[in-house]
Design a protein. Structure first.
Length: 425
């Protein structure tokens, strides 16, 4: 059987995957965002995940069976596909409860076009059970087809690392699973045909879902531990970076660093696991404690900056502060769930004036999402304080002394400035 693949959702996860599959198969990249489709058809990826030249070489102008990528917002263009891969975001709401809205809507779209024998593979991060307990009923209800008789499902959790040009999707081992043994093998072979790092076939979909959700929960907890150490060592007047460097000489010491933990993975996934545990009557203490610690770091950074300014006899009210970076991680334009916003809001409580310079964050997206003004233009004035919040490569090339007023301080959240800062996290 010839595989014709539809990838539903062309964001940071979907586009690199669609591009990769298009090197061997006919792929339709589907997204409901018309402006996103227009951008991709012009050969431009604003997420910076796929090089524009690579994208342009992958695109085809017609929806046919030749290998290549055809982008569309018309669901009629995915009707003749037989593999559907859902890569929509799964965030949390304002109360940190899982928000499956996009997943439900994507399932509804797929259910309108699937046919007998088709396979629907989910990549979105969820708690164990969502694929079969939440998505499959939607597929059955709308399509009128029977699960594991007429259509089948798979799960292969995304492992995209946004902004990382070394560990690209094809170079990261992929976990796969299917709703039957035969489907699991087929899904595994499909991914194995393009993933050079190899695949791991999990015994069930729930196992694969659980494996994904604990990957980032584990990182979250480890970073929370280091963040707590940073607070303790600061009280002891010990440089945290020096401590970590010394401890790192032991072969099995885990090299985590303190920082702001945001984004749509590490800062979100633990809540999915915690929610499911609580539904079953178990209160997850360590997972939620890690989240509380990491969620507190924005306010902590702001208070440390203010203390440093006071130590330099700087007037706080009306002071000017330059914040470098607003995205959730370095060299990535994604501002979803960025924790820099917590630093900014906490600093504003002290009555200071803040300029946020981020060379790759889209100011209109920041304004829409957070009602905060950022700029892509390098500021020309000098400031009372500089906070390096994100480790974009461009910041390493800046001479921060050019932006300092007399007595100004530099606070390095990311620990990349060496001796060029007054305090590190």
């Amino acid at each position: 059987m010839n595989n014709k693949i539809a990838v539903i959702g062309l964001g940071y996860v979907g586009l690199p995957l669609a591009r990769l599959f298009s090197s061997k198969y006919s792929v339709v990249g589907f997204d409901i965002n018309n402006s996103r489709i227009a951008e991709l058809k012009s050969g431009v990826d604003s997420t910076l995940e796929v090089d524009n030249k690579v994208l342009q070489a992958s695109l085809k102008s017609t929806n046919d069976l030749r290998k290549g990528l055809y982008c569309s917002s018309d669901k009629n263009d995915i009707k003749d596909c037989n593999i559907y891969i859902v890569t929509v975001p799964t965030p949390v709401d304002k109360n940190n409860r899982p928000d499956l809205t996009s997943l439900y809507k994507a399932s509804e779209t797929v259910a309108q076009v699937i046919d007998v024998g088709d396979i629907v593979v989910y990549e979105s991060t969820v708690y164990p059970g969502v694929t079969e307990d939440e998505c499959v009923p939607v597929l059955q209800r709308i399509s009128g087809l029977k699960y594991n008789e007429d259509f089948f499902v798979g799960y292969s959790p995304e492992r995209i690392n946004p902004g990382d040009k070394e560990h690209t999707v094809d170079k990261i081992l992929k976990v796969t699973a299917g709703s039957t043994n035969e489907v699991g093998i087929r899904v595994n072979e499909l991914y194995g045909s393009v993933i050079t790092a190899g695949t791991h076939l999990a015994p069930t979909i729930k196992v694969a879902e659980a494996a994904k959700v604990i990957e980032n929960s584990q990182r979250d907890i480890n970073i929370a531990f280091i963040n707590e150490l940073a607070k303790i060592f600061n009280l002891l007047d010990i440089n945290t970076q020096d401590v970590l460097e010394a401890a790192g000489t032991k072969w099995n010491f885990l090299p985590f660093k303190p920082g702001l933990v945001g984004g749509h993975c590490i800062g979100v996934d633990p809540y999915y696991l915690a929610q499911k545990a609580q539904e079953l009557g178990y209160h997850p203490e360590i997972i939620l404690a890690g989240r509380r610690m990491n969620d507190s770091m924005g306010q902590y950074v702001a208070s440390e900056v203010i203390k440093l300014m006071l130590q330099n006899d700087l007037k706080i009210k009306g002071a000017t502060i330059l914040v470098l970076g607003f995205t959730f991680k370095e060299n990535c334009p994604d501002v979803r769930n960025t924790k820099v916003v917590d630093v900014v809001k906490s600093l504003k409580d002290y009555g200071v004036h803040i300029t946020i310079y981020d060379p790759i964050a889209n100011p209109s997206e920041v304004k829409k999402e957070y009602n905060i003004t950022t700029t892509n233009i390098v500021p020309e004035e000098k400031f009372d304080s500089i906070v390096l919040a994100v480790a974009h490569n461009q910041f390493l090339e800046m001479d921060l002394n050019d932006y300092k007023r007399s007595g100004a301080v530099i606070y390095d959240v990311k620990g990349i400035l060496g001796d060029r800062c007054d305090r590190k996290l």
